[in-house]
Design a protein around this ligand. Structure first.
Ligand code: FDA
Length: 302
């Protein structure tokens, strides 16, 4: 199981395959979990979600950005997507990875790009969520978040329960809108829990701490055990439903997504789109190897 996970995480980091995949269009079953390669197809999916009472957090996919030129291109696409959200009047915000807008190129350059994006989003009253990437980017991500929070309040980030330091980070971000997740990358035992049991235990602990803090929380998981425990905790502790929401990825447990929305829980689906689907898809296969069936079926049915 963990060998399979390592294999797909390694594949997700293969730049050659990533570059090739941009030219293929959505392949290997990726169209089940990626909402198209352009704004129009993505908007169609977002409108369908909205019609079921579900909001969207849109990820304009982008990987392996190591030059200013690529980062500026990514920024332009993100600004275009913000404009489309406004024009179509959909219930949606955006999720952005800092490496996509230049964190691996230069810290200040990335911060300036984010300032432009968060300012444009603030004009439209759109929230920007900074996705959390691997541990090597974590401190810089929090530094950029804090710099942006000095001028804007429409920005937040993600806390990963597999990291030992997350409880402390939660404490320092009590008034900031946050998404809580288990964590998607492969991290060393020096900094992170390794077993599913420890990660799940810490996840529930952090969720319970967080739900007693004032700011809005997104609980992003497909794990029904966690979801049931959150519902129970919220009920027993009279946590108002407008203080938190559930989030899942596009194409995952769609029936449960609708059910939770129908039960009256706030719900947002993470909607990735774009030509740069390969790395995102490989990380999803790493998390849930059962999805390999999707990839294999799509190979033989073409
Ligand atoms: P996990 O994969 O541990 O599954 C637990 C159990 O749930 C399974 O054993 C199974 O019973 C059930 N289950 C899970 N998926 C299922 C499915 N598709 N069908 C049926 N049953 C299923 N990570 C990160 O590091 N940074 C980030 O910014 C984000 N952002 C993010 C946003 C959103 C909206 C989501 C949903 C997730 C992320 N993640 C993330 C990814 C996250 O860290 C984590 O890797 C995945 O969500 C997988 O963990 P789960 O909590 O879903 O359960």
């Amino acid at each position: 199981m963990s060998l399979t996970r390592d294999f797909f995480i390694a594949l997700s980091k293969n730049q050659l395959l990533n570059n090739g995949a941009k030219k293929w269009g959505l392949k290997l079953g990726a169209s089940k979990v990626v909402a198209g390669t352009d704004i129009n197809s993505m908007m169609k999916s977002v409108k369908e979600l909205n019609a079921n009472g579900i909001g969207a957090t849109i990820d304009n996919l982008g990987e392996f950005v190591y030059s200013k030129e690529e980062a500026l291109e990514a920024k332009a696409s993100i600004l275009e997507t913000l404009e489309a959200i406004q024009q179509h009047g959909v219930t949606a915000h955006m999720s952005i990875k800092l490496t996509q807008v230049g964190l691996d190129v230069d810290y200040k350059f990335c911060l300036e790009n984010m300032r432009e994006i968060v300012a444009a989003a603030a004009n439209y009253a759109i929230f920007i969520n900074i996705d959390m990437e691997d541990y090597s980017h974590l401190q810089q991500t929090l530094d950029i978040l804090h710099a942006l929070l000095e001028d804007y309040d429409n920005v937040g980030t993600v806390i990963q329960s597999y990291l030992y330091r997350s409880e402390k980070d939660l404490e320092n971000l009590q008034n900031v809108r946050l998404r809580l997740v288990k964590g998607a990358y492969k991290e060393l035992s020096e900094v992170s829990y390794q077993s599913k049991q420890d990660i799940d235990m810490n996840y529930l602990k952090l969720i319970k701490l967080r739900l007693q803090q004032p700011a809005f929380t997104s609980i992003a998981t497909h794990d029904h055990h966690i979801i049931d425990a959150v519902k129970k905790f919220a009920k027993e502790n009279s946590i108002p439903r407008d203080r938190f929401e559930f989030q899942m990825l596009y194409g995952f447990r769609s029936d449960m997504q609708k059910e939770l929305a129908e039960e009256g829980y706030a719900f947002t689906t993470y909607v990735p789109f774009g030509q740069d689907w390969y790395g995102y898809y490989m990380r999803r296969l790493a998390e849930r190897p059962q999805n390999i069936n999707l990839a294999l079926k799509s190979l033989v049915s073409k």
